[in-house]
Write a new protein. Sequence first.
Length: 227
Amino acid sequence: MSGAYQTHSRHAYPKLRHVALPAGALVGVNVVLMYVVAATPLATLNNVLFSIPIVGLVVYGAALTVGDMIAERGLESGDMGTALLGTALLQGAYALFGGGVVGMLSPAARGVALGVALVVTLLMALGITAYVYARDKRFDHWSKWSLGAFVVGALLVLVGSFAPIVLVGGFLFIFLGFTLRLGYEIWYVRDSYDPNVPLVHALGIYVAFTGVFVHVLQIVVRMVADR
């Protein structure tokens, strides 16, 4: 084991713990909100928006992007009202999307699907964390790769709106985009942690983790529904 890795392990893991707690709380609230939304008429919103896939992607993508920008700006400036507004927008967008996905299942199966998806996503996050911390290198390029994956995914969804066979490619690239973003956010905590704004780091982890989670949830729901 290299000295660089020992240094990262000794000094960076405590930073990650400080970030993981509030990020985990945000994820937990979102999972509960998804379960609640699934039992309401709001669960049908996905059917309306994704009747033309690119429309659903644009609506949710815009909500997440704007919510992230507002929340981060509020946290960096110390304006908690603005931060809460942005966070509420993020929570609402993910809750509506995830609730719509899990709403396709029976009430008894919804909790199981959410639980399985959460465990799988946690295992993925732990694997990415172990990889990032085991490598004495920068991962800032993962942010660029993530953006590239999102762009390719959006283009495939656009084409898939008229040729549905292409949609699976769009799903995979957007899934990859969130996964790479999660790795970048974990690396950012490792190498650029700012103790003055720990919630900014937590917000980044939350947004990326939940993005991976809702994609895993779609896979789990499809597997459960096929049984």
